[in-house]
Design a protein around this ligand. Structure first.
Ligand SMILES: Cc1ncc(C[n+]2csc(CCOP(=O)(O)OP(=O)(O)O)c2C)c(N)n1
Length: 483
């Protein structure tokens, strides 16, 4: 059964008990339900970029209609954001239907991106709960509709064919190393290990090693090259050695290669593979030298592409990475900013103080988390998307209490959740808008500008949409799409 059939059965079940209104919150996981709801013109569909308000709005509609309204979210913290409205609905005796989309059951407990323990999330405040996967019943007939209900729905990844044939080989001799978030005190010995190993390394910014000069000769950039080498000769990758946090880049998860993970957290990030307690002693069977030479050329072509589209989002992030002093604290928002930084930031200025919230990759609470992490004596910079900013506008409340800190919040305002525009056809998923953030800056007494200047500021960058699209089109043909 496909995810579209599951979506159809669910919406049938909701209609059967008389639900006519839906408040839909965007995400890759909830996408199949949007497609199905849009087919049924007689249903009322609201879309929201923020789940907590969406749930309260649904609560209000349920009260008005005197019949249940359904609020739908993607997985991860998005699901948790429904809790306050659910609590209120419980104590007010309102029949609200909470639908949380989820990743496949087999990923539970693995720490795979946006995969949380969603079953039973609202258990004290609902009178009906179900956890549904493809091929299972969706009925809500036993819900008495006097208190809220929760359906958790597991969808296979609508985008990616999951690797079903999991390799188990535990030794490899020409690995690709992927390094994600490292604690500061881990970096020196990981660095030494990587230099001694001499294998190609894909280094994410949160590792703090992305621009390290001792690794310059081992850096890989090109997704296309990785894919080719995972299946073919030259330097054929025969395994992935993952070090640190669960990587932002999704490529490693889709390769049919054995994965060994070394991390201070117990999460594999995928369903297969093994966790290591020590860094493995590996000796390379062949030298990656030839591959790494082509990588340097790929990077030069990439830098040319940035010059061709100077007002695109990736070029802006590249430019910013040159402007932001290396000793700054840089917080990268989920969605595209962290991916664009990994992809496009300069390697000429090391930025070892990078942070992001990659536990569940939520777009909620990003400004607050950043402000909580701001430190004295350096410039503190957050780079976030416009919907991510919208999610956390009350965060600025604390600014007067952080008086002595130098803080810049940079909003890349591309008019919605543009990460979805590169993947899904349905425009509603993007929550497109024409909002500007200048009045937000004024409201909170921050200076508003379009480029990095001194002082506590909210910077709004309005990228050129056409240039950004053209950039990605060309990038795709040159390098395959970044995750
Ligand atoms: C709390 C939460 N809700 C929903 C999502 C799903 N989601 C991932 S990216 C995204 C859109 C983000 O838009 P924006 O901040 O404008 O960044 P852009 O995609 O334009 O770079 C959404 C809704 C999520 N990760 N977290």
């Amino acid at each position: 059964m496909s995810h579209s059939l599951l979506a159809k059965r669910l919406v049938d079940a909701w209609e059967e008990i008389g639900i006519q209104e839906f408040v839909f919150c965007s995400g890759a996981r909830s996408y199949p339900l949007l497609v199905e709801l849009k087919k049924r013109a007689h249903l009322r569909l609201f879309t929201y970029p923020e789940e907590r308000s969406a749930a309260f709005f649904a609560l209000g509609r349920s009260r008005l209609q005197k019949q249940p309204v359904c609020v739908i979210t993607t997985s991860g913290t998005a699901a948790g954001e429904l809790l306050p409205a659910c609590m209120e609905a419980y104590y007010s005796g309102i029949a609200l239907l909470l639908v949380t989309c989820d990743r496949p059951r087999r990923l539970r407990g693995t720490g795979a991106p946006q995969c949380a323990e969603q079953v039973g999330l609202f258990q004290s405040y609902v009178e009906f709960e179900s956890d549904i996967s493809e091929g299972e019943g969706c009925s809500l007939e036993s819900w008495r509709q006097t208190f809220p209900a929760h359906q958790n729905v597991c969808f296979e990844d609508p985008l990616r064919a999951e690797v079903k044939d999991y390799p188990t080989q535990s030794q490899f001799s020409s690995p690709l190393v992927i390094v994600s978030r490292l604690e500061r005190d881990q970096r020196a010995y990981i660095l030494k290990y990587l230099v001694d190993l001499g294998a190609p390394c894909y280094l994410e910014a949160t590792s703090g090693l992305r621009e390290h000069p001792s690794l310059a000769h081992l850096r890989v950039y090109s997704e296309k090259e990785i894919l080719e080498r995972a299946s073919e000769n030259g330097y054929p990758i025969d395994g992935i050695l993952r070090i640190g946090g669960v990587p932002t880049h999704s490529l490693w998860r889709g390769l049919s290669l054995p994965v060994r993970s070394y991390s201070s957290l117990p999460f594999k990030g995928i369903e297969h593979g093994e966790m290591l307690t020590e860094l493995p002693a590996l000796s390379l069977s062949i030298s990656p030298e030839k591959w790494l030479k082509t990588e340097v050329l790929e990077r030069l072509r990439f830098l040319d592409l940035l010059k061709t589209y100077p007002d695109s989002e990736p070029a802006f992030v590249h430019h910013l990475s040159k402007e932001i002093p290396g000793n700054s604290f840089v917080y990268l928002g989920n969605s595209q900013p962290i991916r664009q930084w990994d992809l496009a930031a300069t390697h000429d200025t090391p930025h070892p103080n990078i942070a992001a919230s990659r536990g569940l990759n939520g777009i909620d609470g990003q400004i607050s988390t950043f402000l909580g992490m701001c430190r004295p004596d350096v410039l503190n910079v957050a780079i976030i998307g416009d919907l991510t900013a919208l999610y956390d506008l009350a965060a600025f409340w604390v600014m007067p209490q952080l008086e002595s800190l130098d803080i810049a919040v940079i909003v890349i305002n591309n008019g919605g959740g543009k990460i979805f525009s590169r993947i899904f056809a349905e425009k509603e998923l993007q929550n497109c808008h024409r909002l500007r953030y200048s009045s937000i800056a004024e409201f909170w007494g921050l200076s508003h500008s379009h480029q990095l200047t001194a002082g506590r500021q909210l910077i709004e960058f309005l990228p050129d949409v056409k240039q950004t699209e053209a950039f990605w089109d060309q990038y795709k043909s040159m390098h395959c799409m970044a995750s």
